[in-house]
Design a protein around this ligand. Structure first.
Ligand code: ASP
Length: 341
């Protein structure tokens, strides 16, 4: 005789993880398995991505969703709004314990930082990607996806801000940058290193995140994006691009300066003129690691500039857009924001 009511309920059901697919090489397909450069990104759907990793069902109850199918080089501000709003909606319910986002590698560091500043939850949000298309020999996407879900399902990943799980390492969204055009080990957190690692179902965090993020920010994702562009300083650069941007009505310009955010004299004069007309000028560096010292290689106080600190130019642009959208004005208040996030 069987007594159905005596069956014990599962005392600890697996966490529910939403996997939001946006495209990228992880969802790429090439004409043959040895082709790892001439493929189309974002053509494999989320269900197929998940089918390639049957072991996910032992880690989590997966809730798949196709948000977009783009090559992330073509990421748009509208898609950023859609993605961030969807994550916030999902995480506000008790039904979802964490989110994994599959993304292209090209702009992953920008999307990750945007989410780090605008997700309003302490539940884990983990981005992952791949350097080889899904059709390739030794495709790296399936293991990266397995590891991303492993991290998102961990209690220890809560409250760490948005994370990037890639090639067995766990990075903070604020620090991570793409540093290789082709290698499977394509992401690093220069100067500071990864937060930790994930391997064979084990997750270890080796340090914490210091700067404010997610629930502790003043930023709310919206549909209004102020126009902020990035310019680069280099030998012989003129003032043409800066003047054209000012004439086009941009609200802000981030300059990827040489070295410690130094700027060629002709471009610096154009940026000083821009700042005097109310355009916000943020000084970052094109170097790839280190930080830009305020009043170091340029007299920020006198010129009305803001220093990006340790943010690279593309992440500095994300922060400046959010700060302007939140009503931030003037170099003093904006510098405080750059010193906080
Ligand atoms: N162009 C691709 C993308 O960013 C590159 C990749 O995912 O590796 O979508």
């Amino acid at each position: 005789m069987s007594d159905e009511s005596a069956q014990p309920l599962n005392p600890s059901p697996l966490p529910r993880i939403a996997v939001l697919a946006t495209g990228g090489t992880i969802a790429g397909a090439a004409p043959d398995a040895t082709n790892t450069s001439g493929y189309r990104a974002g053509v494999v759907g989320v269900d197929q991505l998940l089918q390639a990793v049957p072991s996910l069902s032992t880690l989590a109850r997966i809730v798949p969703e196709q948000i977009a199918s783009v090559d992330s080089k073509d990421m748009t501000l509208a898609l950023w709004t859609t993605l961030a709003q969807r994550i916030n909606t999902l995480l506000a319910t008790d039904d979802i314990d964490g989110v994994v986002v599959t993304h292209g590698t090209d702009t992953l560091e920008e999307t990750a930082y945007l989410l780090h500043l605008t997700v309003k939850s302490d539940k884990p949000v983990v981005l992952t990607a791949a350097m080889r298309p899904a059709s390739a020999l030794s495709a790296d996407g399936p293991l990266n996806l397995q590891n991303a879900v492993t991290v998102a399902a961990q209690k220890s990943a809560r409250g760490q801000g948005v994370l990037v799980a890639f090639n067995n390492r766990i990075h903070s969204a604020r620090d991570v940058v793409k540093t290789s055009t082709y290698a499977v080990d394509a992401f690093q957190s220069p100067e500071i290193g990864a937060l930790g690692w994930v391997q064979d179902g084990r997750v270890e965090f080796q340090r914490g995140v210091v700067r404010a993020h997610t629930l502790a920010t003043e930023f709310v994702i919206g549909a209004n994006w102020p126009n902020v562009e990035v310019v680069v300083s280099y030998a012989g650069v003129s003032r043409i691009v800066v003047d054209a941007l000012v004439a086009a009505g941009v609200r802000g310009i981030v300059v990827a300066g040489t070295g410690n955010g130094s700027i060629h004299a002709s471009m610096q004069q154009a940026l000083a003129d821009a700042a005097s007309q109310g355009v916000v000028v943020v000084r970052a560096s094109r170097v790839g690691s280190g930080h830009v010292m305020r009043n170091g290689a340029a007299a920020d106080d006198a010129l009305g500039f803001v220093s990006a600190g340790s943010l690279n130019p593309y992440k500095a642009r994300v922060l400046l857009m959010l700060a302007l959208a939140a009503g931030g004005t003037g170099p003093v208040a904006l510098q405080k924001i750059f010193d906080t996030y």
